[in-house]
Design a binder for this molecule. Structure first.
Ligand code: NDP
Length: 250
């Protein structure tokens, strides 16, 4: 799928590794200005160095922040820092997440519970709220939340991670419903399915990583979210297995 992202600015949380890193590099090749957001400066610098800068007007920004400590004030400070560099944001991809522990709920550690809910659910809420004014002025505004197979069915040992993704599904639906009639912003929630990353390896340590799809195979699905075609979609929730068939057949 070919999409022109020249003059588009896309913020990707958790872009220091895994799916977010692939998206940052590939979307920059299509001309997008990329705002990298992560907590590890060294890893962010490494990704920054791999971003495309062949378009003369293209520029990128690193926001080093730990989403586990994000609050209203720091989210507003982030808005100011981004607004100094860019007039608007065309894409906000909420990709960062942590797995927590694979533990029965009766043994689940409270501080890990709080970290997972804060990073995976509360931070996307705060960040969306703070950045809405910059999305509202874009000509093709998109917010993409990242779901999971355990967002719909409660499964033993998935604990806070699963609860956070259930919550994120509700958050995405509410934002979609509220923004549909009041703004041009389209809100999507995407389950990428099993993908070869550190998180997948932590959740399934016995699995052969070579049997899991690489991050690059997700690219066309993300590009579809930025296409004109997706404007017509009445759906908000997408799974890789369905969306990939649709986008790869067009
Ligand atoms: P990775 O663990 O490979 O990458 C997660 C990214 O999020 C890293 O860049 C990580 O930074 C960042 N991050 C984590 N915590 C914070 C924090 N507190 N502040 C800032 N950044 C943070 O995961 P994936 O690429 O696999 O996952 C991406 C998304 O896809 C997640 O939302 C996940 O739930 C979802 N998903 C993944 C699946 C898979 O099979 N891989 C399946 C279904 C859903 P750092 O490098 O510092 O750790």
């Amino acid at each position: 799928m070919k999409i022109d992202l020249v003059n588009k600015t896309i913020l990707i949380t958790g872009s220091s590794d895994g799916i977010g890193k692939m998206l940052a590099i590939e979307l920059s090749k299509l001309g997008a200005n990329i705002i990298l957001l992560g907590r590890n400066q060294k890893k962010l610098n490494n990704v920054y160095d791999q971003l495309n800068t062949s378009t003369s007007l293209q520029k990128h920004l690193i926001i080093e922040t730990d989403l586990n400590t994000l609050n209203n004030i720091t989210a507003d400070e982030m808005f100011i820092a981004i607004n100094q560099e860019f007039n608007d944001i065309d894409g906000l991809i909420h990709n960062a997440a942590i797995l927590g522990t694979m533990t029965p709920l009766r043994d689940y550690d409270m501080s890990i519970w709080n970290q997972v809910i804060q990073t995976n659910l509360t931070a996307p809420f705060l960040l969306t709220k703070a950045l809405l004014p910059m999305l509202a002025t874009s000509s093709l505004p998109r917010i993409i939340f990242t779901s999971s197979g355990v967002a719909n069915i409660g499964k033993s040992f998935w604990g806070a991670y699963s609860v956070s993704k259930f919550g994120l599904k509700g958050l995405a639906e509410i934002f979609a419903d509220e923004l549909e009639s009041t703004s041009p912003i389209k809100v999507f929630n995407f389950d990428p399915g099993p993908t070869r990353t550190n998180m997948r390896a932590s959740a399934y340590p016995a699995e052969d990583p070579n049997k899991v799809k690489p991050t690059f195979e997700l690219l066309n699905c993300y590009l579809w979210f930025f296409s004109k075609e997706s404007i017509e979609s009445n759906e908000n929730y997408f799974e890789f297995s369905d969306l990939s068939k649709k986008v790869n057949s067009t």
